[in-house]
Design a protein around this ligand. Structure first.
Ligand code: AGP
Length: 611
């Protein structure tokens, strides 16, 4: 999952490329490179290993005045992170220069083909094979860039978003995509391409969405699109609703803490888009009451944190609507040949809308003729465009690799679906419906209260415990569901080994790992099973654990807790929206006190666009 960017216009390309790459570094940051030219055939290429900073250092004294260029920040899949494997790659004689995001699955077979035609390969990458294959077709058929790229698209298997410069076409950048994301921007200063919105938001909000197996030519003042037959196609210029500041840190030390502090706002925005005159309004999805009535089974399919939202949603949906819900990990669902109920609804949850496994799961459901609804944060993303119905969360661009605000808006989307489905299925009466909506609209202020009241305490707690090697999160019901997310948050940004367990499961084995001062974080909000959770915490406490409890104000947990973070009371279904805030803050402050790169944790990327 790399980040690619490109510019062709009047301005110096290098500044726009480096700025764009800095906004895409959350997609991959083990090496980077740029290729720049100016109305001439010659292309200057600079690459470096490691973070973008190294590349900036390398070219800071270079006179790069070119107004046309492409750039890349890498998350290595084929070939270790080093300068040779970094992009851009060029064909043997420099005729083709290319950056790529994605994976070419049949690159070994193509390598043999190219070697039979005397091509030499100097890197370990699938991308260099792609570059030379385009050159091969360009020279063989002499039909220009469109033909060469189209023949290559027919020949390769895998996922790609590519930006290509041909020596003989000095004022043009060619792009094509299949499954990997790309948007194309246009304004009075030129044309832009990028893997994601934040990279070009500073320059333009006017974008084109290029579809799968399409290509485009970016000139200095226009963009033309072509299909696989080489015929020109029309595209509509769309306006992005996000503002530039949302892609900046705005004085915060990290995007993660900035995005955590935006949660009350974005939850309110998402709620306002789903509640009209005190009624849940799902009209944006296009789902009809008749369709909702027909649903006999719901499948929620996602990855990582989005999957954890699914687990929370399962408890609420089943309890409110009495429709059976199965929650599936997308990378398993796509290959398990799942048996799906024809009257089912498959819900795909994805912040980026580009996660490869979730996209494939969506296609699996569609191939089986099952209705699909996606809950997505990025307008125009692949999952949004390919779903039958879409519910957009309004978290705005989420830059930190560890999701926080998008997670909270996805919870709101699931609550809204559950309440409306329950009403349509007559599982709740008017009074219950109104009470749920009234309480839902209090969530943003309750999140704000937690951010204002508990942050400092968590900062102190985290600096005391950031040396630990292991931690356990336990809870029952919805508290178990949210402890999964708490565990992932700490793991992914602080590199501390954590496990989340259904509290009742611990004594079936894992409790043997509990010893003096083992940190156990207990989530206890669910009234019906509160005492059960407390007795499980007593079990670990009696084996020496240091017990931190997250629980509603007024709850007496003194007998078991070494430390407690209180949250405001709310309806039992909505506690994940409140308990997740302290859990996200623990992850953040533990990582900060370990001096780690919180926004770009090692080995991770924001949008996992490969399998
Ligand atoms: C969460 O912090 C991670 N970034 C990761 O688990 C993420 O939730 C997962 O990759 C799914 O991403 P998506 O929501 O963009 O599909």
């Amino acid at each position: 999952m790399c980040g690619i960017v490109g510019y062709n216009g009047k301005e110096k390309a290098v500044d726009i490329l480096l700025d764009g790459l800095s906004k895409l570094e959350y997609r991959g940051y083990d090496s980077a490179g740029v290729a720049i030219r100016d109305n001439k055939k010659e292309i200057e290429i600079y690459k470096s290993k490691g973070k973008l900073l190294n590349l900036k250092d390398k070219i800071k004294d270079k006179k790069l005045n070119g107004t046309c260029g492409i750039g890349h920040t890498r998350w290595a899949t084929h070939g270790e992170p080093n300068e040779t494997n970094a992009h851009p790659h060029t064909s043997n004689d420099g005729n083709v220069t290319l950056v790529h995001n994605g994976i070419i699955e049949n690159y070994q077979e193509l390598t043999q083909k190219l070697k039979r035609h005397d091509y030499k390969l100097y890197s370990e990458t699938d991308t260099e094979v792609l570059t030379n294959l385009i050159d091969y077709y360009y020279k063989k058929y002499k039909m220009g860039p469109i033909d060469a790229i189209n023949r290559t698209m027919v020949r390769v298997r895998g996922s790609y978003a590519i930006a290509v410069m041909f020596r003989e076409y000095p004022n043009e950048i060619w792009v094509a995509r299949k499954d990997s994301p790309m948007i194309i921007g246009l304004d009075k200063n030129g044309t832009y391409l990028a893997s994601d919105v934040p990279a070009i938001l500073k320059y333009t909000k006017n974008v084109y969405y290029i579809d799968n197996m399409e290509l485009a030519c970016l000139k200095k003042d226009s963009v033309s699109f072509y299909d696989l037959n080489g015929d020109e196609i029309n595209k509509e210029l769309k306006e992005i609703k996000w503002d530039v500041s949302s892609a900046e840190k705005e004085g915060y030390e990290h995007f993660m803490i900035k995005e955590i502090n935006e949660e009350d706002e974005v939850v309110k925005k998402t709620l306002n888009s789903l509640i009209k005159d005190n009624q849940i309004d799902l009209s944006q999805t296009g789902l009809t009451i008749e369709e909702i009535k027909k649903f006999k089974q719901i499948y929620i399919v996602a990855c990582g944190s989005a999957y954890h939202v699914g687990i929370c949603a399962q408890y609420i949906l089943e309890d409110l609507t009495r429709i059976p819900v199965r929650v599936e990990i997308a990378s398993e669902f796509r290959y398990r040949k799942p048996i799906l109920d024809k009257n089912g609804l498959v819900i795909i949850i994805s912040q980026s809308g580009e996660t490869a496994d979730s996209l494939a799961a969506l296609r699996e459901a569609k191939d089986q003729g099952i209705k699909t609804l996606s809950i997505v944060n990025v307008v125009g993303s692949s999952i949004a465009r390919e779903s039958d119905h879409v519910l957009y969360t309004l978290a705005g661009p989420e830059i930190a690799v560890a999701t926080t605000k998008a997670f909270s808006t996805q919870l709101i989307a699931c609550y809204s679906l559950a309440i409306e489905f329950a009403k349509v299925k007559n599982k709740i009466n008017k009074k219950e419906y109104k009470e749920l909506i009234d309480e839902l609209q209090l969530i943003p202020d309750k999140i704000k209260t937690i951010l204002d009241n508990v942050t400092e305490e968590i900062q102190r707690f985290s600096s005391k415990f950031s040396h630990i090697k292991d931690a356990f999160y336990i809870g029952r019901g919805l508290d178990y569901a949210i402890s999964l997310e708490g565990s992932l948050k700490l793991k992914e940004v602080s590199y501390i080994h954590t496990e989340a367990y259904a509290a009742g499961e611990l004594k079936h084995g894992t409790i043997s790992l509990i010893e003096d001062n083992t940190l156990v974080i207990g989530i206890a909000t669910q009234e019906e099973i509160f005492e059960k959770t407390i007795s499980n915490l007593v079990e670990v406490k009696s084996r020496g654990a240091y017990v931190l409890v997250v629980t509603p104000e007024g709850k007496d947990v003194k007998k078991v807790a070494n430390a407690t973070f209180y949250i405001p009371e709310t309806n039992k279904y909505f506690y994940p929206s409140l308990t997740v805030i302290p859990l996200q803050l623990i992850g953040y402050y533990m990582a900060v006190s370990k001096g780690l790169d919180v926004d770009k944790p090692r080995n991770l990327a924001k949008s996992v666009t490969v399998e």
